[in-house]
Write a protein that binds this ligand. Structure first.
Ligand code: URA
Length: 238
């Protein structure tokens, strides 16, 4: 879409229309590799990359965070009793607009995307899109090759249909087994219910990736960071 630069910047909440005109005059706005010269120039929102100082400006002021969800936080915007994942980002700009893209159980850790971009969230969560989610899990009991086959074939977890084929990879089989599992659906308690279907119990669950986005290993539970420009592009172009 073609749009005036000052309107794009104001819509992106960089500042009021007159403030952004000031930023343009001072040479603080860049379109791709060039300093922007005029407020009324047209930009193409699909092709052009706009920067305010060094920071990329996203359409309509969208923000994207990767959180390593800690145990105990609920995947919601508000909760009467418990701390929510959004509460962890209280100091951030647009905090009031943020929501988690999908849910992890209260006792699950790992990758959770928080944003105010409803379209991106919809695209990642739509059941039709079959976005892969990878989890690391500890399982009570010996996980076997039979389990691997059962996960591949699909399991009855009490829904109308069996689960779609999922990839169960045994990292270590023992009294406590270590596995990695990839699913492309997002049913309530799905991983736990899949293991229940083969009479086993998940005792620790952590999401490692969602689509092309992988949890940054440097983030400790409860820590978060902005997605990089490359990560946002990856999610948008999946
Ligand atoms: N599957 C579960 O059982 N729990 C989660 O939090 C995510 C996937």
């Amino acid at each position: 879409m073609q749009i005036r630069l000052d309107k794009f910047l104001a819509d992106a909440k960089v500042g009021s229309r007159s403030e952004v005109k000031g930023y343009i005059k001072k040479g603080r706005i860049r379109i791709n590799d060039e300093i922007a010269e005029k407020a009324e120039m047209k930009i193409d929102t699909e092709k052009d990359q706009i920067y305010f100082d060094m920071e990329r400006v996203w359409e309509k002021g969208f923000v994207y965070y990767m959180l390593n969800k800690p145990k105990g936080a609920v995947s919601a915007t508000t909760d009467n009793r418990d701390k929510t994942v959004v509460d962890l980002l209280k100091q951030e700009k647009y905090f009031a607009e943020l929501f988690p893209v999908g849910r992890l159980d209260k006792d699950t850790e790992g990758l959770l995307l928080l944003t105010n971009d409803g379209v991106l969230a919809h695209n990642l969560l739509s059941p039709k899109k079959h976005v892969d989610k990878v989890y690391y899990a500890l399982i009570k009991g010996f996980v076997t090759e039979e389990d691997v086959s059962a996960f591949k074939e699909g399991l009855d977890i009490g829904e109308k249909k069996e689960t779609m084929p999922s990839d169960l990879h045994i990292l270590k089989s023992g009294e406590i087994s270590e596995v990695q599992i990839t699913i492309c659906e997002g049913k309530f308690h799905q991983v736990k219910r899949m293991f229940q279907a083969v009479s086993k119990e998940v005792i620790y669950l952590k999401r490692i990736s969602m689509g092309k986005l992988t949890l940054d290993k440097r983030l400790q539970p409860g820590e978060y960071r902005h997605l990089t420009e490359a990560e946002i592009e990856l999610l948008k172009t999946r």
